[in-house]
Every structure is written in structure tokens, then in C-alpha cells.
Write a protein that binds this ligand. Sequence first.
Ligand code: HEM
Length: 252
Amino acid sequence: MTSTIERGMATAEVRRHSDPPRTPARRRPSLMRTSNGRKAVMAVSGAVLVLFLIGHMLGNLKIFLGAESFNSYAEWLRTVGEPAVPGRTILTLTEIVLVAAVVLHMWSAVSLARRAAKARPVKYAARRRSQAGGYVVHTMRYGGVIILLFVVWHLLDLTFGTVNPKGFDASPYDRIVAGFDPSRWWVTAFYILALVMVGLHLRHGLWSAFQTLGLTRGRARGVLSAVAAAGSAVLILGFVSVPIAVMIGAVK
Ligand code: HEM
């Protein structure tokens, strides 16, 4: 057992003879317990999700090449790796990695936010307009919740067909055309809101990663800020183009 003595502002730990010897593990916490370790988990899981989003957006653009092209791409996703491995093996592995990345990303975000709150129990007296200010925290936190709700709806809509007018048996192309029918404008509106959140989330995530890597000093700051904004904008415009094209009848 250890006890502490306090003198003025200082607190010192007093060890007794009966105390068990300190193990090395107590002195050096595992990497996952450190804030830097958790930031690394956040960055790696975020990078996995960004790679998925880039691939998904490019795949979605195949809809502009016609129903056959889009449906054969969707079929390829299920059969890739055959006959070396049974059908859906690669897709299932990708799904497992995606779920793990989402869980780790959320875990590291929540645990880092809790630590930051503990380290500063008294709120800032003045509202700061910097990246660490309320606007960004709200965008990341509530944006993350909207994105999560969106993914649940999105899977029920376009993967399982549960909430899609054409249901599960229709082709992926037909599900998209039915899902974004102008009569279901509210679905498209929700997709656009969620995609804007994805864009803001990504922009801040990229910027934070650049900062953590120490790249945002000097002149690189402006360039990297533009890279984060432009990269997110291109991704979101690519995604948004699909429901908009269905809404205006360019894809039918
Ligand atoms: C307008 C934008 C989007 C469209 C049109 C779209 C379309 C689709 C379609 C058609 C599928 C089903 C593929 C199939 O089963 O053959 C799908 C699956 C999926 N989408 Fe999207 N998507 C969009 C945006 C997003 C975004 C922003 C995210 C993530 C934040 C996302 C995450 C997923 C996931 C996780 C799956 C399941 C992948 C799997 O089968 O394992 N999608 N999407």
C-alpha cells in the first residue's frame, strides 16, 4: 500500500517496506493507455475508413456508365477472389475490417474526449474560435452521430432493401433509382445532410492528422488546409452526384 503526504501545493507518494515491488508495467503504461497511442489508433482507423470511402465513391460513379456496368461491379464485389476463395470471402473480410475500424475510431474519440475533459474540469472562460473551439467539437461529435444513423439507414436501404421501395430482390441499380425517386426527396435530403457531415468530419480529421504529424508549421499550413478542404469536397461531390442525378432524371 502507498500513502501520500501533502505539503502546501505539493503531494508526495510515501512507500512502505511492506509495499510489493513495482513492476516495470506499472512504470511504463502500454502504448494503448497513452494519449499518443490512442491518437494513432484514431488516425489508422480513420485512414482505413477514408480508403473505403474513396473506393466506394469511385465505385458509385459507375452508375453513370449504365445499369449493366454498375450491377456487374456490385456482383464483382461479392465474387472477387473466386475461385481461390469462396464467394463473399473478401467482402466479408472487408466488412469485418470496416466494423473494427468504426469501433476503434469511436472508442479512441470518446476516450480522448474524456481525458481532455478530465484534464480541464473548468471550462474555458472565453469561447475560442480556433480549431479546438465549440464549432469543431460539435461538428465532430454530432456529425459522428448523424453519420452513424445514416450508415444504419443506408444499409437498410441499399444493402438489405428493408426500407427500399424495390426491396432486396431488385438489382443494386434499381434499388438506387427507386431509393432516390423524387417522391422520396426527404431520403435524398437526409443523404445530402449526412454527406456534408462526412465532408466536415473528414476535413477536420485530415487537418488534425496533419497537425499531429507536425506538418502544419510555416507556409505548409495554408497549403495543407486547402488540401484537407479540397479533398473532402471532391469526395462529397462525387457521392452527392448520384442521388442528385436520380432526382433530376439523368439516371433512371
Ligand atoms: C450518395 C451516396 C452513397 C450511395 C449512392 C451509396 C450506395 C451504396 C450501395 C448501392 C451499396 C450496396 C452495394 C451492394 O450491396 O451491392 C452500399 C453499401 C455500403 N455503403 Fe454506401 N453509398 C453512399 C454513401 C456512403 C457513405 C457516405 C458511407 C459511409 C459513411 C457508406 C457506407 C456503406 C457501407 C458500409 C456499405 C456496405 C458495404 C458492404 O456490403 O459491406 N455509403 N452503398
